[in-house]
Design a protein around this ligand. Structure first.
Ligand SMILES: [Zn+2]
Length: 303
């Protein structure tokens, strides 16, 4: 069996995955970097959590270290080799986590960007299984992605690449965390969607994402709500149609919290993207991801 690990912005999920890519069991632990004692480094805390989680899972299922054939890690930022790098939310610049885990478990440790890991899982076992040229777009706090051409994941030598979230879609547009202005992410991310919904629809500032969703669902026929959703999807369609015109994918699968709105968003987005497609005889089906939150973990064991 393999161990899949998904390091998120504020949590670490660890799971046992069988040889057919099926998740047997998983555990999730919160990582609160504000609560770390001063002398302790966040890198050590991450390693400690992963080690404890693996040991607990092994015990629960009567496995030993010898049963593990591989450990795969899905992580945000720009991992390189066995190092995790630029984890903004966890405040880690660079840490060779693979080297440390290899010492403990003596098995191959594979690490890849989270958008790519989730995309690999969707391509092999989920919504993109039947397509050769396809793209996975994870729209959540940011925008993650994986591009497949003729069945293969495209991977540049220098960095993970395909930073669609930082494709500029508006000159002098909204300020992005990356330092530039007008990035796709500042219009498309679900973090911005929620913040803008609260502002534009004059909702209570303390509403959770689920409550905003409930409000939008219940009031979708209301003019203001409809206009807001349409404006959001118009922006999303600019980025998505740019991607379609460059890569000519047969399908794009959407993951992240964007997919919670799949029934509302996808039909409208499909139409808006089609209006902006250069090759009118091309077809690109917009789909919702299947493996949801487990995709990163599963994909990490397929690297
Ligand atoms: Zn940016």
């Amino acid at each position: 069996m393999k161990i899949g690990i998904d390091i998120g912005g504020s949590h670490i999920a660890t799971g046992i995955i069988d040889k057919n890519g099926k998740l047997i069991t998983k555990q999730t632990r919160d990582v609160n970097i504000n609560k770390i004692e001063e002398e302790k480094r966040v890198e050590n805390l991450i390693l400690e959590i992963i080690h404890n989680e693996i040991e607990t899972l092994l015990k629960q299922y009567d496995y030993t270290n010898q049963d593990i054939s591989k450990i795969g890690i899905s992580v945000p930022g720009s991992p390189k080799g066995t190092k995790i790098r630029n984890l903004v939310n966890l405040n880690v610049e660079e840490f060779d986590i693979g080297k440390e885990l290899e010492k403990m478990y003596k098995v191959p440790i594979k690490i890849k960007n989270d958008g790519k890991c989730a995309g690999i899982a969707e391509k092999k076992y989920g919504s993109l299984k039947n397509f050769k040229d396809c793209i996975f777009l994870c729209i959540g706090t940011g925008v993650g992605s994986a591009v497949f051409l003729d069945g293969d994941l495209l991977e540049p030598i220098q960095n993970p690449g395909f930073e669609f979230g930082h494709m500029i879609i508006e000159k002098e547009g909204r300020q992005c965390n990356c330092g530039k202005k007008g990035c796709f992410e500042t219009y498309a991310s679900m973090k911005k969607f929620k913040a803008n919904a609260i502002e534009y629809l004059k909702l209570d500032k303390n509403l959770e994402a689920e409550e905003v969703q409930k409000y939008i669902r219940e009031n979708i026929k209301n003019n203001n709500v409809n206009k807001f959703v349409n404006e959001y999807l118009e922006n999303v369609s600019i980025g998505v149609s740019n991607i379609v015109n460059i890569f000519e994918p047969q399908a794009i699968s959407f993951g992240g919290s964007f997919s919670y709105y799949e029934d509302i968003f996808l039909p409208i987005l499909q139409k808006k993207v089609e209006e902006k497609m250069f090759n009118l005889d091309s077809k690109c089906i917009l789909l919702s991801a299947k493996l949801k939150n487990d995709a990163g973990m599963i994909g990490a064991t397929e690297i």
